[in-house]
Design a protein around this ligand. Structure first.
Ligand code: NCD
Length: 306
C-alpha cells in the first residue's frame, strides 16, 4: 500500500501521471463525479488549517465520496492522551484513506506504520508538506508550461517553512532548476537541506537577504509567511514578521512573465495591491490544490476512470 509522507515517495514519472490526471480532472470534472462513490476520507487535523483540510474534503466530495474527521486536537481524544498510533488503528476501520496534519515532525509516518489505509501527510511540523508541493508543481507546470529550466526565488521563512522544504526536494529532480534563497540570516534554509539536498545534487543556488537583489532574475517567486507558531519567543517573531513585503514597486523590478506563488495564508508579506497584478497566481494556486488532491486520492486508492 502506498502513502504520501514525503514528495520523494513519488517518482518523477508518478508525479507526471498525477499532474496529467489533475489537468484532465480540471477539463472534465463530470467524468470523475462518481469515481469515489461509497468511499470515505478521514481528515485528522491536530493543527490549524483552512485550505489543506477543506481542499482535501472538497476533493473527496467532488469524487462522490464522503468525509469525516476533526479540525483541532482539542476536539479529539488526543486531549485525553490518546496516541497517534492508537487513533489511526480506529480510523482505519472508519475510512478508506486519511489526511493527517500534526505539529510533530514524523507523526504521519508513525501513523502509516499502524494504518491499514493510505496516509497523506498534510503537513508535519516544520518538516514536509507534500500535497502543497503537488499543488505547487501543478501550478508551475500549468501556468509556466514546464518544471525544468527555471530560476525560482524562495522568500521568507526558509527555516521553519515546510512548504519550501518539500518543494526543494521535488524540484531538484528536474533539469536546470536554480534557486535563489531569500531570507533574513535567522531564517535561512536549514543546513541539512542545503548540504544534503542542494550541494549533494550539485544544484546551483545563491542566498540573498534583500528581495530587491533577486527580483530581476526570477521566473518564479515563491513567497512564504513567517511561521509564528514555530518560534520560541514572541519577540523574535515580531522582529521578523514584516521583514519582506512584496508590493507593486517591487513587482516593477521583476520580469514581465515572472509568476508569484504563495501557499497561503498570507499575512503581511504580499501587499493586497499585488493581487491585481496578472502575475499574482496564488489564489489560482489554491484552486489547483483541489484538482491535484482529487488526482492523489484516486491514485492512492488505485481507482482508474476511463
Ligand atoms: C502552509 C502550511 O500549513 O505549511 N499552508 C498551507 O497548507 N497552504 C503554509 C503556512 O501555513 O504558512
Amino acid at each position: 500500500m502506498k502513502h504520501l509522507l514525503n514528495p520523494l515517495d513519488l517518482s518523477v514519472e508518478e508525479i507526471d501521471e498525477i499532474l496529467d490526471l489533475a489537468n484532465d480532472i480540471e477539463a472534465n470534472p463530470e467524468k470523475y463525479a462518481h469515481a469515489c462513490d461509497g468511499k470515505k476520507l478521514a481528515t485528522l487535523f491536530y493543527e490549524p488549517s483552512t485550505r489543506t483540510r477543506l481542499s482535501h474534503e472538497a476533493a473527496m466530495m467532488n469524487l462522490g465520496g464522503n468525509v469525516l474527521g476533526f479540525s483541532s486536537a482539542d476536539s479529539s481524544s488526543a486531549t485525553k492522551g490518546e496516541s497517534v498510533s492508537d487513533t489511526i488503528r480506529m480510523i482505519s476501520c472508519y475510512a478508506d484513506i486519511c489526511a493527517m496534519r500534526h505539529p510533530k515532525e514524523g507523526a504521519p509516518m508513525v501513523a502509516s506504520q499502524y494504518s491499514s489505509i493510505p496516509i497523506i501527510n498534510a503537513g508535519d511540523g516544520g518538516h514536509q508538506h507534500p500535497t502543497q508541493t503537488l499543488t505547487d508543481l501543478l501550478t508551475i507546470r500549468s501556468e509556466k508550461g514546464r518544471l525544468h529550466d527555471i530560476t525560482i526565488g524562495l522568500c521568507g521563512d526558509l527555516k521553519f517553512g515546510r512548504t519550501v522544504h518539500s518543494l526543494i526536494h521535488a524540484l531538484v529532480r528536474y533539469e536546470n532548476v536554480k534557486f535563489v534563497l531569500i531570507s533574513p540570516e535567522e531564517l535561512r534554509l536549514p543546513s541539512y537541506i542545503r548540504k544534503d539536498v542542494l550541494d549533494k545534487h550539485n544544484i546551483p543556488y545563491e542566498e540573498v537577504v534583500r528581495l530587491e537583489d533577486a527580483m530581476g532574475k526570477l521566473d518564479l517567486l515563491y513567497m512564504t509567511r513567517v511561521q509564528k507558531e514555530r518560534f520560541f519567543n514572541e519577540e523574535d517573531y515580531v522582529r521578523m514578521k514584516d521583514f519582506y513585503i512584496l508590493d507593486a514597486a517591487k513587482m516593477e523590478l521583476a520580469k514581465e512573465d515572472m509568476l508569484v506563488l504563495h501557499p497561503l495564508p498570507r499575512v503581511n508579506e504580499i501587499s493586497v495591491e499585488v493581487d491585481r497584478d496578472p502575475r499574482a497566481i496564488y489564489f489560482k494556486q489554491a484552486q489547483y490544490g483541489v484538482y491535484v488532491r482529487m488526482a492523489l486520492i484516486l491514485t492512492l486508492l488505485e481507482i482508474k476512470v476511463s
